[in-house]
Design a protein around this ligand. Structure first.
Ligand code: ZN
Length: 338
């Protein structure tokens, strides 16, 4: 099923002509739980990876408080999904005693000292075919991007925790059927649930921190006027500028828990937003971007969260912004929590 973002309640570029030249397109990925193949675009799905190419690893130090495993994360999610789907008479526990025992064992986790010292294989985060994602930049001779990451808390500002691999899909002859996987993961929330994508192109305007001060003041003054009039509850940040959720291209996410920082590649060149990994597809402030197909919650169990089909939560519900160097596709991505 396709996903359709409702039209913006205001054409903000007609109110502020200075914004018109700053319009950018972004491709919202609209992930939904599924069973993608290597030949499809996905989040958390299998990668079209040649057998003769080394699988990327993370060589950083990890300091987890607790360890779990990919299998345990998947088992826990399966048990909870099944439990929430069952009809449940009043005063009945959500879980059966057997399920509870498994869940307790998984929650206890493993001792962090078990983590091997050698580099850890990364896990698939996203696979994006250019044919599906109009805003995906690709170097000449390539038609897809694969993104892998390391499911530990040290994901930000780490040189090897997020890995980008552009490739030409037609050149992959033998596909790696059973890729390496880490023995342990540090955070359940960094294990993406397999999702198919329903890409949709939208127009964005910069978050307030990217505008000059005078324009920001005018935008906020106008916003206040609207909120006192017909456009009650309308906000530039939530409704009119940057789309929430997983997306490619467009403008970078607003900074939420810290002051905006200037982001540059290690080589000194400017960067541009490549992939936005968001902790929800919409939230209380950005419900105006919720697709029309996702509005009816009738009969839907509370688990998994409808606004978080990927089951990925970064930081305390922040956004991981993956930037690419504008000078070289070969430079490692810059990643910031925003
Ligand atoms: Zn660079």
């Amino acid at each position: 099923m396709t996903r359709t973002t409702p039209p913006r309640p205001w054409d903000v570029a007609s109110v502020f002509p200075a914004l018109a030249g700053m319009a950018r397109t972004a491709t919202r990925l609209h992930p939904s739980p599924g069973d993608p193949t290597v030949h499809e675009s996905s989040v958390g799905g299998p990668l079209l990876w040649p057998t003769d190419e080394a699988w990327p690893v993370c060589a950083d130090d990890h300091h987890p408080h607790r360890l779990t495993t990919l299998e345990d994360v998947r088992t826990l999610r399966r048990i909870l999904t099944q439990a929430w789907q069952r009809p449940r008479p009043p005063r009945t526990n959500l879980l059966t005693p057997d399920e509870q025992a498994v869940v307790d064992r998984i929650h206890a986790g493993h001792d962090p000292s078990l983590l091997p010292a050698e580099p850890l294989p990364l896990i698939a985060l996203a696979q994006l075919y250019a044919r599906d994602v109009p805003d995906l930049p690709c170097p000449d001779g390539t038609d897809m991007l694969q993104v892998l990451w390391c499911p530990f808390a040290e994901i930000e500002d780490s040189p090897s925790a997020v890995h980008l691999r552009w490739r030409q899909s037609g050149s992959v002859r033998d596909v790696l059927a059973d890729p390496p996987a880490p023995d342990f993961v540090g955070l359940d929330d960094y294990v993406p649930a397999p999702c198919v994508l329903h890409p949709e192109r939208v127009v964005e305007y910069p978050a307030a921190h990217e505008l000059d001060h005078a324009l920001t003041e005018r935008v906020y003054a106008w916003e206040k006027e609207q909120q006192q009039g017909e456009g009650q509850g309308l906000s530039y940040r939530g409704d009119l500028s940057v789309a929430p959720g997983w997306k490619v291209g467009g403008w970078s996410a607003p900074w939420t828990f810290c002051d905006p920082m200037e982001v540059r590649c290690d080589c000194g060149a400017p960067v541009e937003p490549l992939l936005t990994v968001d902790s929800s597809e919409w939230d209380g402030e950005s419900t105006g971007w919720r697709p029309v197909e996702d509005r009816d919650e009738t009969g839907r169990p509370p688990y998994p969260d409808w606004d978080c089909p990927t089951m990925v939560t970064v930081g305390r519900g922040y956004t991981l912004q993956v930037y690419r160097c504008t000078v070289s596709y070969g430079h490692p991505p810059v990643t910031t929590l925003q």
